[in-house]
Design a protein around this ligand. Structure first.
Ligand code: NAD
Length: 523
């Protein structure tokens, strides 16, 4: 009987600046995903035996390949995500290069076995240590907004730790996915160790059903819930990097020129399509008017256009439905009393997905603009009486990804940072910690769970194993059989010796306590 060919479907690669279809990329048939995972599993077993020095050598080769192809990569990122080319270089290419550089130098030390000293006398005869072993196959499901930086900064530590990776890149950025897989091939990573699968929800679900050892998901809360449910059914642990609604708090002693530039950049970079965007700005009353004026003045100077034009500051949104959503959010805010001070409209004259960078003042908590992740070029400002009110309002959100505080008083900024509910808080900067390889990234609540980046992110990708070696291998343990009244009394003396306060109690019980250690009680 002739084998039935699996029909090959394709994904369009669309330029959001023009709506033009640039290419068609083969979709991975969902029924092929399990086989990709099986092949990755076999490759991983070999890879785990490769000395870590050699894994680091491949990471350095990967960095060289990235560097050599940075212009092709930047052009592809711009063509599929729409962002200005300078952002593709600063954010996507830089983060990927730096991740390869950092882990090639630091993964060995970060995963070095650690001694575990024991505080209790009952465990003094044992020597303990921790070792870190690869988990196996990591499934990565990724978003489109940083189509290189996000998957690369997750894949690199995963393979550095000895895992294989199957990465489902976003169906909005399929050419970036193809380039990403090629980078690992060019850097001579073992065949099948890093595979990219292409497609939408059905391919993502097929990846989960193929039972990887962990799933690292980056995307919206709605999809995150679906992913968590499917993983939960299969007892697959997850990291969920979901949406944000980050607060920026501007105190009255802040340098308003710098803070307003940060607010404008933090709200519009990548056309606001950043999980760490400034989504809610709280400014103290005393400086509110001047600060808002500066934001409006700077917003009006921004040039909207295709990311491929070096003069462009703000590119397009990703798809037409995102443009419609911006208009809906602005309409809702205006109907509830907000004021649009600049922008506020789609710009079909430039292209199908352009929306003006928009400053909205008098935003409050009843508005969708305050409650939902905007994920677009809107700077939403609320004036507050003081820092206390700013903190209270900032924490009034189910999201808890990141935040920033702006002040001339660094100590005060750091004290306020500790009171904000967020996975990261920057004092006098926004967003950039994502590009610091040592800094952990992730949130809680509606922003997800777990961490990527930094050692905390690396430890999510390994099995932590505790190894305990007994120094008195010929001695039976006091807590083993046989039991009896004498052992019970000795056990109580031991508790009093260990946990009573005062030297007297310890001395009184020392002799009986020692009986537990030295009794001859073999069965
Ligand atoms: P999305 O949830 O639409 O898609 C994310 C990925 O999930 C895509 O690859 C998509 O194909 C896949 N997917 C969709 N349905 C699926 C299903 N049922 N099962 C498995 N996979 C499925 O998100 P998006 O539009 O790509 O990205 C935007 C969102 O991502 C925003 O909310 C943004 O804040 C968030 N994000 C978070 C971070 C972070 O680090 N916290 C970073 C970037 C983006």
């Amino acid at each position: 009987m002739a084998a039935t060919a699996i029909p090959i479907d394709t994904l369009p690669s669309i330029n959001p600046a023009t709506g033009q279809v640039l290419a068609h990329i083969e979709k991975t048939p969902p029924e092929m995903v399990a086989r990709t995972v099986t092949l990755a599993r076999a490759a991983q077993r070999e890879w785990a035996t490769v000395p870590i020095r050699e894994r680091c050598r491949r990471l350095r080769k990967l960095r060289e390949c990235l560097m050599a192809s940075r212009h092709e990569i930047a052009d592809t990122v711009v063509a599929e995500s729409g962002k200005p080319r300078v952002e593709a270089l600063f954010a996507d290419v830089f983060v990927a290069l730096d991740s390869a550089e950092y882990w090639s130098k630091n993964v060995r030390a970060a995963l070095r076995p650690e001694r575990v000293p024991h505080h209790n006398i009952a465990a003094k005869a044992k020597s303990g240590h921790l070792v870190y072993e690869p988990l196996g196959v990591i499934g990565i499901i990724s978003s489109w907004n940083y189509p290189l930086a996000i998957p690369m900064s997750q894949i690199i530590p995963a393979v550095a730790a000895g895992n294989a990776v199957i990465c489902k890149t976003s169906d909005f950025t399929p050419r970036c996915g193809t380039l990403l897989e090629k980078l690992f091939r060019d850097a001579a990573f073992p065949r099948d160790l890093v595979a990219v699968i292409q497609g939408g929800a059905e391919v993502g679900q097929a990846l989960i059903e193929a039972l990887p050892d962990k799933v690292l998901f980056t995307g919206s809360g709605t999809t995150g819930r679906r992913v968590a449910e499917a993983c939960g059914r299969n007892l697959i642990p997850t990291i969920l990097e979901l949406g944000g609604k980050d607060a920026m708090i501007v105190l009255d002693d802040a340098d308003l020129r710098t803070a307003s530039s940060a607010a404008v950049w933090g709200s519009y970079t990548n056309c606001g399509q950043v999980c760490l965007s400034v989504e809610r700005l709280f400014v103290e009353q005393a400086v509110s008017q001047r600060f808002v004026e500066l934001c409006v003045e700077k917003t009006r100077k921004l040039r909207l256009g295709p990311g491929s034009d070096p003069a462009t500051d703000v590119g397009p949104l990703i798809r037409p439905e995102h443009v419609r959503r911006m208009s809906d959010l602005i309409d809702d805010a205006v109907s509830r009393g907000a004021q649009v001070l600049s922008g506020g409209h789609p710009r079909p004259d430039i292209g199908p997905n352009f929306f003006e960078p928009t400053v909205v003042a008098d935003v409050h908590s009843s508005m969708r603009l305050f409650q939902e992740e905007t994920f677009g070029p809107v700077l939403a400002i609320q004036t507050v009486k003081d820092a206390e009110e700013a903190i209270r309002r900032a924490n009034d959100s189910p999201f808890a990804l990141a935040a920033s505080v702006w002040t001339a008083d660094s100590k005060k900024g750091q004290a306020l940072a500790r009171r904000l509910r967020a996975g990261a808080v920057m004092v006098n900067d926004v967003i950039s910690f994502f590009g610091i390889a040592e800094a952990p990234h992730g949130g809680c609540g509606a922003s997800g769970w777990g961490r990527t980046h930094g050692r905390a992110g690396l430890l999510e990708l390994v099995q932590m194993k505790y190894i305990d070696a007994d120094r008195l291998p010929r001695r039976e343990k006091p807590w083993w059989y046989r039991y009896g009244g004498e052992l019970e009394r000795a056990a109580d003396a031991f508790l009093q010796f260990e946990f009573s306060r005062g030297v007297g109690a310890k001395l009184r019980n020392a002799r009986n306590a020692l009986k537990t250690l030295f009794r001859d009680h073999r069965l």
